[in-house]
Design a protein around this ligand. Structure first.
Ligand code: EPU
Length: 339
């Protein structure tokens, strides 16, 4: 089960050259019982590696839960799916479509595993994981027992959940429960989908795939982890000020009166598309995506992200926060401390 000095390059879609001291690849939740967490030392739980960047060699243990299985129960109004953490998210979306269980199409082509979906509450084209979540089964390192958290207990927010807050590092997601209503209502509010007239689920799926493929680089060809920063949420006063100066600025009013702005647009306005530092670069078609174009290093990436952040701060007085998780030698780190 344990291997020494394991390469992490293929375990993160940003593909920086780095090594972990130990790797535990787990195939069944029962294997968690055998881990002596209090004496394990630093560890990091890794899913599909599409939201994690290893900036340098990691001195701890990488735990990779790779539990497989999808169970479907049909009820009168909905389908209830129980999905093990190691299942690939996009494969799940395809599985549902093939089995006439439509609903998840807007979330097509999001890389990563199902067990990671609740952590950052994956979302795209007007839908997020929280809309379908019934429960999350979570193994608690302290009690060595599995417990079930309801959707409310997960405290979902924009790219946020209890697993990034109070429960961070305290357990591992084993499976997720999803409920898909039988009454299919396509969500077509996003530009690019609005044009569809009475589409079938497959047409929505195909359109989402086409939009993503036109803007977002395929990690297999150009290593990346999707959006590098979160879209910033500003108060109405700051929004009014900015929108009077930048009339075309995209903005999304939030229920709490604040306004979400598009980080990609802000970066783009700074003229940073294609900006390169070392082997890393801002993607030419979507400025929110940073890429590893020529054997980049952790230092290149930190320098690029810091530069982008500074430019946006200087122009708009907004500090962008990374959406991705940055891992340094001893664990999770930030752009400030990784310098
Ligand atoms: N924009 C630009 N220039 C750019 C990038 C974007 O002007 O270089 C403008 C777009 O024209 C649009 C607005 O900014 O008016 C928003 O752009 P887009 O629709 O591409 O979406 P996003 O806000 O940049 C978010 C998610 C994506 C998700 C899309 C679609 C975050 C951090 N990112 O991106 O999620 O696919 O919406 O819903 O919320 C991810 O999380 O990794 C991810 C890719």
């Amino acid at each position: 089960m344990v291997s020494q000095k394991h390469s992490l390059q293929s375990l993160s879609t940003f593909a920086l050259p780095s090594y972990a001291a130990n790797l535990l690849h787990l195939f069944a939740p029962e294997q968690l019982q055998a881990i002596d967490f209090p004496n394990l030392g630093p560890f990091y739980i890794l899913g599909g590696g599409s939201n994690t960047i290893f900036l340098e060699d990691y001195a701890g243990t990488i735990i990779q839960p790779d539990f497989k299985g999808i169970e479907v129960q049909e009820h009168s109004d909905n389908w209830a799916l129980h999905i093990c953490a190691g299942e690939n998210w996009h494969q799940l979306v395809c599985f549902c479509l093939e089995n006439n269980i439509p609903g998840l199409e807007n979330l097509a082509l999001i890389p990563g595993n199902c067990g990671a979906a609740p952590i950052q509450n994956i979302g795209a084209y007007g839908i997020e994981f929280a809309n379908f979540c019934e429960y999350v089964d979570w193994y608690n390192f302290e009690t060595c027992e599995q417990q079930r958290l309801t959707r409310d207990e997960c405290n979902f927010g924009y790219r946020d959940s209890i697993f990034k807050g109070k429960l961070k590092g305290k357990g591992v997601i084993v499976a997720v429960g999803v409920s898909i209503p039988k009454l299919w209502q396509p969500k077509l509010s996003y530009p690019g989908l609005q044009e569809l007239q009475l589409p079938t689920p497959k047409q929505v799926f195909d359109t989402v795939v086409a939009i993503r493929q036109s803007k977002l680089p395929d990690p297999e060809q150009i290593p990346n982890v999707g959006s590098f920063f979160k879209n910033p949420v500003v108060d109405n006063e700051q929004y009014q000020q900015l929108s009077s100066e930048y009339e075309s600025m995209p903005a999304f009013p939030q229920a709490n009166g604040k306004v979400k702005l598009a980080a990609g647009w802000l970066i783009d306005q700074c003229g940073l598309k294609g900006k390169q530092i070392g082997g890393t670069a801002v993607h030419k078609k979507q400025a929110l995506v940073l890429t590893n174009i020529a054997n980049g290093s952790g230092k290149d990436l930190v320098a690029l992200a810091t530069y982008v952040r500074q430019q946006v701060k200087d122009k708009f007085a907004i500090l962008l926060e990374p959406e991705v998780r940055l891992i340094g030698a001893s664990g999770e780190t930030t752009l400030e401390t990784a310098k």
